[in-house]
Write a protein that binds this ligand. Structure first.
Ligand SMILES: NC(=O)c1ccc[n+]([C@@H]2O[C@H](COP(=O)([O-])OP(=O)(O)OC[C@H]3O[C@@H](n4cnc5c(N)ncnc54)[C@H](O)[C@@H]3O)[C@@H](O)[C@H]2O)c1
Ligand SMILES: [Zn+2]
Ligand SMILES: [Zn+2]
Length: 337
C-alpha cells in the first residue's frame, strides 16, 4: 500500500509500505478521507514543536472499519472516525477523566505515524461510530471537537459575549460551538477574507479587524462597555495572545487554544483587578466528539462550509505546499482515497 511520508521539513514523498498486520486490541481502518490541518502544514514547514521525522502525517480521518479489534458494538464495514490522541490510561490526567492531556500522550500523525495511508491500525478504544455521517463529515469531526472542547472548558452560558481571536479552521469551529451554546460571538482576525467568511458563511454578527481600528473601542461598542466574559485565542500568535488579556471582562475567563513557543506576558495588576481565570484547552475527549456528531446530525453545523479544496490521494505530494499559502483561500483541504 502507499503512504505519504514527511521525511524531513519540506520533503513529502509517497512510498510503498507493508499493510499493517491485524493486532490484538487494535482496530483496522481503510482510510477514505484525510483532512489537512495546520499541524500537518507546520510539520512540513518544520515549525511543529512536538515533531520527529520521518513521519506519516494525518490525524483528521474517516474510513471503513475492516477489523473491529474487539471493540464492543462495532461491526466490520461500518463508517467510523476515531479519537487520534492515544493515552496511557494510568497517569494522573487519565485517572482524572482527562485523557486529552495524558502525560504519555501519543497523537496520531505527530508522535506516531498517522493516516495518510490506505490502512491504519488504531487502538480499538479510540473508535467512534459514524452514526450516519458521510466520510467528508466524519473527517471534520476531530478539528471541530477542538472547538467544542474549548467551549466546554469555558463553560459558556447563553447570552454571554464570547470573543474568538483567530478565524482559521480551529477558531471557526470555536465560533460555531459558542453559537450553539447560545453565546453572542465576536470574531477577530487580521485577515479580512476570513472575517468575510465569518459574516457570510457562519452568519456572525460582530467582527473586528485589529488592523483597521481600535479593538478596545470596538469591544466597548459591541458589549455595552462590559467586554467579553469569555475570550478564546485561536491564533497561536504570541502578540495576539498577550493582547488578549486586555479584552477580558471583569470576572471573565481566557482560554488558550492556540499555542506558541514563547512566554506569556501578563500585567499582573490588570489580571488581578479582573479576578480573571486563565486556562488552556488541549485536544478533545469522547464527549466532545459526540457533541460534534450530534450537532452535525441536527444541522446546527454544516461541515460543507469548511471544505475549500479537494484532492485525490495520488496528487497530494504535488499539491501540499500550495496549502501553506493563505492566498489560496484554503480553510480545509480534504484528501479522497
Ligand atoms: N488546543 C488544541 O488542541 C489545538 C489543536 C489544533 C490546533 N491548535 C492551535 O490552534 C491555533 C489555530 O490553528 P489554525 O489551524 O486555525 O491556524 P491558522 O493559522 O489557520 O489560523 C490562525 C488565524 O489567526 C489569525 N491571526 C494571526 N495573528 C493574529 C493577530 N495578531 N490578531 C488576530 N488574528 C490573528 C490569522 O490571520 C489566521 O486566520 C494554532 O496555534 C494551532 O497550533 C490547538
Ligand atoms: Zn488537526
Ligand atoms: Zn495517561
Amino acid at each position: 500500500m502507499q503512504a505519504i511520508v514527511c521525511e524531513q521539513p519540506g520533503v513529502l514523498v509517497s512510498k510503498e509500505q507493508e499493510k499493517p498486520e491485524i493486532k490484538e486490541g487494535y482496530a483496522q481502518i481503510r482510510i477514505k478521507r484525510i483532512g489537512i490541518c495546520g499541524t500537518d502544514l507546520h510539520a512540513f514547514e518544520g515549525t511543529q514543536p512536538y515533531f520527529s521525522y520521518p513521519r506519516i502525517l494525518g490525524h483528521e480521518l474517516s474510513g471503513e472499519l475492516v477489523e473491529t479489534g474487539g471493540a464492543t458494538g462495532f461491526e466490520n464495514g461500518e463508517a467510523v472516525t476515531f479519537i487520534p490522541y492515544f493515552n496511557c490510561g494510568f497517569c494522573i490526567a487519565c485517572r482524572s477523566g482527562k485523557p486529552n492531556c495524558c502525560t504519555q500522550i501519543n497523537v496520531c500523525g505527530v508522535h506516531v505515524d498517522g493516516g495518510m495511508t490506505e490502512y491504519l491500525n488504531v487502538p480499538a478504544y479510540t473508535l467512534v461510530h459514524g452514526d450516519g455521517l458521510t466520510y467528508d463529515e466524519l473527517a471534520l469531526v476531530e478539528p471541530l471537537a477542538i472547538g467544542a472542547h474549548s467551549i466546554r472548558r469555558a463553560n459558556v452560558k447563553p447570552g454571554e459575549f464570547v470573543l474568538v481571536i483567530g478565524a482559521g479552521p480551529i477558531g471557526l469551529g470555536i465560533m460555531e460551538f459558542a453559537r450553539i451554546a447560545g453565546a453572542q460571538v465576536i470574531a477577530m482576525d487580521i485577515n479580512a477574507q476570513r472575517l468575510d467568511f465569518c459574516e457570510k458563511r457562519l452568519k456572525i454578527q460582530h467582527t473586528i479587524n485589529p488592523a483597521m481600528g481600535d479593538v478596545i473601542e470596538a469591544l466597548k461598542n459591541i458589549t455595552n462597555s462590559d467586554f467579553p466574559t469569555v475570550v478564546i485565542d485561536a491564533t497561536g500568535n504570541q502578540q495576539a495572545i498577550n493582547n488578549g488579556f486586555e479584552y477580558i471582562a471583569h470576572g471573565g475567563r481566557y482560554v488558550l487554544v492556540g499555542l506558541q513557543k514563547g512566554l506569556l506576558s501578563i500585567s499582573h495588576p490588570e489580571f488581578h483587578k479582573r479576578e480573571a481565570t486563565l486556562m488552556s484547552s488541549r485536544n478533545a475527549t469522547r464527549v466532545d466528539f459526540e457533541h460534534v456528531i450530534n450537532s452535525i446530525k441536527k444541522g446546527w453545523i454544516d461541515p460543507g462550509n469548511y471544505i475549500t479544496h479537494r484532492v485525490q490521494f495520488d496528487d497530494v505530494t504535488a499539491e501540499f505546499a500550495s496549502w501553506l499559502d493563505p492566498a489560496t483561500g484554503v480553510i480545509k483541504a480534504i484528501i479522497e482515497c
